[in-house]
Design a protein around this ligand. Sequence first.
Ligand code: PMP
Length: 417
Amino acid sequence: MAKSNASAPKNPRKIYLDHASATPVDPGAARIMHRVSEAFFANPSAIHEDGVAVKNALAAVRAAVAEPLGAHSDEIIFTSGATESNNLAITGIVNASQDENFFRGSARPFKNSHFVPHIITTNIEHASVLEACKYLEKTKQAQVTYVPVEPNGIVDAKKIKKALKKNTVLVSVMYANNEIGTIQPLREIAKEIRHFRKDSKNSALPYFHTDATQATNYLSMNAEKLGVDLLSFNAAKIYGPKGIGALWKKRSISLAPIMHGGDQEYGLRSGTENIVAVSGFAEALAVAEDMKVKEVKRLTVLRDYFIKKLQALDKRIILNGDAESRLPNNVNITSANMPSDLLIIELSARGIMASAKSACKSGDGKASHVIAAIRPDARELDGSLRFTLGRGTTKADIDHTAKALEQILNKLKKWYN
Ligand code: PMP
């Protein structure tokens, strides 16, 4: 690899453009966590006064987290994050489907044979959905259909409809993609699922799950309006603490736990509840809801300004994913014949934090499965770069970043063009 950081300034100004992988912690959420960690250390399962105080605090926090979803508080299951929520939703449904009660009065498909449930998902889901599905497939616990997205990074609801089968127990489609920011047509998919349920005289199946992790900051979280039955989200992407998330599921859905123990979280997620983290989560969620409309407006303008600037730098810079139906903070580009990791390192040397693909998968040397899904013709050296803006991002940051990228591209040209 060419030596490349010779021209980077020594003490560059810091610009953080990687909010899709982690956000700073909201100061209000941090303050609340600090206070709660001092005041509420008892175990909420204890029946003494201190335990009951934590139990009550937990109930209040659960109600606050349920609110933006328009949900009942007992439908919120706190988890360690969206990875666990996704695993619990998918594996929990598959395992529960082995129980006759799962079908609630409606005929269990293939009554006299071993029931193999079917899942439908897309080929651009987060690894915690794709790998959970692949594992269930490999161990013959489920059949899975991976519906490919269109070249704009959006799945066609009609293709989901076509994939529905008698034994489909779950459709899992992410709300917004973590790499290219494309927003999936959840309401349209929900409509197809509703028609399918009606036609097959099975009032409840398949269930519809969405991974809303990247959408929480910017899009409506009202579960009923979205038409979903289960929804995963976390605190780490919404200026809350790391290591805490939730799965919302409708009361009527029976789910099997993936961990066994003391029966906390309605028996679906055993282990002593983390009152500090859930308090920070609830506060971060409330702040995100308050800021949503304003931030979406502000960031959409900045995002489109940035895209225009980048495309003016070099005609061969291509925006990955739909230009309209995308998160207001996401700019993902492919720069022809430039390796992503090199661009990331060059940007980092200039104080600019960006990323190439999902942070959980970066550095493994493999191409992004999301970019491969929308650009099967991409060459090995065509790097994708993801900039995700956030609350602190200003127009000056965008100008500075575009300028830095221009310098980097000019410098690397001689090696990579
Ligand atoms: N789903 C999506 C879309 C994500 O972006 C992430 C985080 N990268 C996850 C799931 C996993 O979240 P967590 O780190 O809370 O497990």
